[in-house]
Design a protein around this ligand. Structure first.
Ligand SMILES: Nc1nc2c(c(=O)[nH]1)N[C@H]1C(S)=C(S)[C@@H](COP(=O)(O)O)O[C@H]1N2
Ligand SMILES: [Mo]
Length: 533
C-alpha cells in the first residue's frame, strides 16, 4: 500500500516539476500534452472516431484524464516495484521520462528543448521516490551499510535525515518502516508537486494570446454578407430549432491539439511554398489591410459527423478571398493539392481547384464578429464552402504549399480518410427531441439541412408510415449556409417515428443508403422516435 502511494506521490512531483519547466519551454512540451498528442497520432481511426463521437468537444479532456489514469497506474506499479528494488523503481521513472521526452521531441514542430520538462520531471521523480521509499525500507543498521554501498541509499538517508531535521520529526527507529517519516516526506513532496505544478500553470499564461487577441481591431470587409431578411432565423419562433448562426462559444471543435496553439498576432507569418511562380509571405497586417476582404455566411461540417449529429456549425466569417491570394502568388496549373500546415504541424490537403473556383473560399480572420477564437484557429484559418473541415479548414494556418496529390498524403489521408471530401447533403431533426414525451396535438417538427455551395431547395418529412410532406423552409440567404425547416404536425397519442430527407438546389435527393462517416462522410436519413402523451 505504502509502496503504491510512494509511486503516486513521486509521479505527482515528476509531473509538477515537468509542468514548471514546460512553463518556460512552452505548453506543448509538457509530457502529459506530448504523450497525449502522440497517443492521438498513434490511435487507430476507428478508436479516434469513437472518442470524437462519444466525448465530442470533451475528447481532449477525456484523453488527458485517460493519460493521467495510465500514469497513475504505472506510478503505482513503480512504487510497489521500487519497494523491492530501488534500482528498478528508478529505471521505471527514467523510462517514463524517456517516453515523455521522445513524445515531445517527435512532435511535428518539436525542438530539442522540448525534452527538458520530461527529463527534469523524471529526475525530480527519482529523488522523490528515493526519499519516499527510504522510510519504508529502512533496513537494520548492518544491512543499511551494505545497501548504501550498492545503490546509493546512503544519499537518500541523508536527504531523509535532513528532511526530518527541518521538519522537527525525530521519529527514527531501526525497524522496517518509519510511517511518520513517510507521511512527512509525502506531505513535503505533495507540496512541491502543487507549487511546481501551479507555478507551471502561471508561467504558461505568458504564452496565452487571449489578451493580444482581444486587442485586435477587425478590418471592415469591402464586400459584406447578404442582409438577413426579418424573421430569417426560425429559432426566434420555434423552440428547439438550431439557430441560424452558432455562437462561437458553442461552435463544435474538432482538432488534434491538446494544448491550443497560441499564435501572437505580431509573430504571425503565412508563407506560400511549392508550385507558385512568385510566392510571397504575409503578416497579419498584410492580410487585415487588404481591400478585397469578404464577409460570408458559411456552415462548416466535420466528416466525422454521424447522421443527425452535431459536428456542424454556422458562422459569419470575414477573410481574404482564397482564389485571389493564390493567383497573386502565381499558383501553377499543375498543382492539384494545397497542403496547408498549421503551427502545430497538422497537414490538411485541400484541392487547388476548389480553392481557386469555389466562390467564397477564404482565409478567415473573423468569426461571428470577433477575431477567430483561439480554439478555432486564431489568427488565420482556411474555409472552403462545400468541403469537410479535414480537407479544407486548416486552423492556425502557417503555410500553404502548392503541390500534387501524388506527391503528398496529408494527415487524415495517411489515416485512410478520402483524399477529397465534398460535403454530403444532410438534414437533421432538432425538435421534438427523441424519447422525451410531449402533449399530443399540434406541434412543430423542425431542424436544419445543408448542402453547401449548392443550397437546399426542399426538405420533406415523414411521420410513421405516412406520406412525405414538404416542410416550410426559412428564407435562403446564402447557399453555403444551412437552411432551417419546419413542419407543424398533429400528433396522436403514442410513439412516432419521424424521418427527414433534403434535396439540394441542383436536384439531388439525399440518399437513404446508410454510410458510416469513415472514410468519406456519413449518408442516410435522420430518424427519431418521439412520444406524444
Ligand atoms: N490545425 C488544425 N486544423 C484543423 C484540424 C486540426 O486537427 N488541426 N481539424 C480539422 C477538422 S477535422 C475540422 S472538422 C475543422 C473543425 O473546425 P472547428 O474546430 O473550428 O469547428 O477543423 C479542421 N482544421
Ligand atoms: Mo473534421
Amino acid at each position: 500500500m505504502f509502496g503504491g502511494l510512494a509511486g503516486l506521490v513521486a509521479a505527482a512531483v515528476a509531473l509538477g516539476v515537468a509542468e514548471l519547466v514546460a512553463g518556460f519551454v512552452g505548453p506543448a512540451s509538457s509530457p502529459v500534452v506530448a504523450v497525449g498528442g502522440a497517443a492521438i497520432t498513434l490511435t487507430p481511426e476507428s478508436v479516434k472516431h469513437v472518442a470524437i463521437t462519444t466525448f465530442g468537444e470533451d475528447d481532449k479532456i477525456a484523453l488527458v484524464a485517460g493519460t493521467l489514469a495510465v500514469i497513475a497506474a504505472y506510478a503505482l506499479g513503480i512504487g510497489l516495484v521500487g519497494l523491492r528494488s530501488r534500482r528498478l523503481g528508478v529505471l521505471g521513472i527514467a523510462l517514463f521520462g524517456g517516453i515523455g521526452a521522445v513524445a515531445a521531441l517527435t512532435r511535428p514542430e518539436g525542438g530539442p528543448f522540448d525534452a527538458l520538462p520530461s527529463v527534469a520531471g523524471a529526475a525530480a521523480g527519482v529523488v522523490a521516490l528515493s526519499a519516499l521509499l527510504a522510510p519504508l525500507t529502512r533496513p537494520e543498521p548492518a544491512a543499511a551499510a551494505a545497501d548504501a554501498t550498492v545503490d546509493g541509499g546512503q544519499a537518500d538517508e541523508r536527504v531523509m535525515d535532513r528532511l526530518r531535521e527541518v521538519l522537527g520529526s525525530g521519529d527514527r527507529k531501526g525497524s522496517g518502516m518509519d510511517r511518520r517519516g513517510f507521511l512527512v516526506t509525502s506531505g513535503v513532496a505533495l507540496g512541491v508537486a502543487a507549487v511546481t505544478g501551479g507555478g507551471g500553470r502561471l508561467l504558461r499564461r505568458r504564452f496565452d494570446v487571449a489578451e493580444a487577441r482581444a486587442a485586435v481591431a477587425l478590418p471592415t470587409p469591402s464586400s459584406r454578407a447578404a442582409a438577413l431578411p426579418a424573421g430569417a432565423d426560425l429559432a426566434g419562433e420555434i423552440d428547439g430549432v438550431t439557430p441560424l448562426f452558432t455562437p462561437n462559444r458553442v461552435f463544435y471543435r474538432v482538432d488534434t491539439a491538446i494544448s491550443v496553439p497560441q499564435v501572437r498576432p505580431a509573430d504571425y507569418r503565412l508563407s506560400m511554398t511549392g508550385m507558385f511562380d512568385s510566392p510571397r509571405s504575409y503578416t497579419l497586417p498584410d492580410l487585415y489591410g487588404r481591400d478585397d476582404l469578404i464577409e460570408r455566411d458559411i456552415t462548416l461540417t466535420c466528416v466525422s459527423n454521424e447522421v443527425g449529429g452535431t459536428l456542424a456549425g454556422a458562422a459569419r466569417w470575414i477573410g481574404v478571398p482564397l482564389g485571389a491570394l493564390l493567383r497573386e502568388n502565381g499558383v501553377r496549373a499543375g498543382s492539384s493539392q494545397l497542403v496547408c500546415r498549421s503551427v502545430d504541424g497538422m497537414t490538411i490537403g485541400a484541392p487547388t481547384r476548389s480553392a481557386l473556383v469555389v466562390e467564397d473560399a477564404m482565409l478567415a480572420i473573423a468569426m461571428n464578429g470577433e477575431p477567430l477564437p483561439v480554439e478555432h484557429g486564431f489568427p488565420v484559418r482556411m474555409i472552403i464552402p462545400g468541403l469537410y473541415g479535414y480537407v479544407s479548414a486548416c486552423k492556425w494556418l502557417a503555410r500553404i504549399e502548392a503541390t500534387t496529390y501524388e506527391a503528398f498524403d496529408a494527415y487524415w489521408v495517411q489515416r485512410g480518410w478520402a483524399a477529397d471530401g465534398p460535403i454530403k447533403i444532410a438534414s437533421r431533426i432538432d425538435t421534438p427531441t427523441p424519447l422525451r414525451s410531449f402533449p399530443a396535438g399540434r406541434r412543430a417538427i423542425a431542424g436544419v439541412a445543408w448542402a453547401q455551395t449548392r443550397g437546399i431547395s426542399r426538405v420533406e418529412v415523414r411521420v410513421d408510415d405516412g406520406e412525405w410532406t414538404a416542410a416550410e423552409l426559412a428564407e435562403e440567404t446564402d447557399a453555403d449556409l444551412w437552411r432551417q425547416w419546419v413542419l407543424p404536425f398533429d400528433f396522436a397519442v403514442g410513439r412516432h417515428t419521424i424521418t427527414v430527407r433534403a434535396t439540394s438546389a441542383d436536384g439531388e435527393v439525399q440518399t437513404e443508403a446508410r454510410a458510416d462517416p469513415f472514410p468519406a462522410g456519413a449518408t442516410g436519413w435522420h430518424t427519431t422516435q418521439v412520444i406524444a402523451a
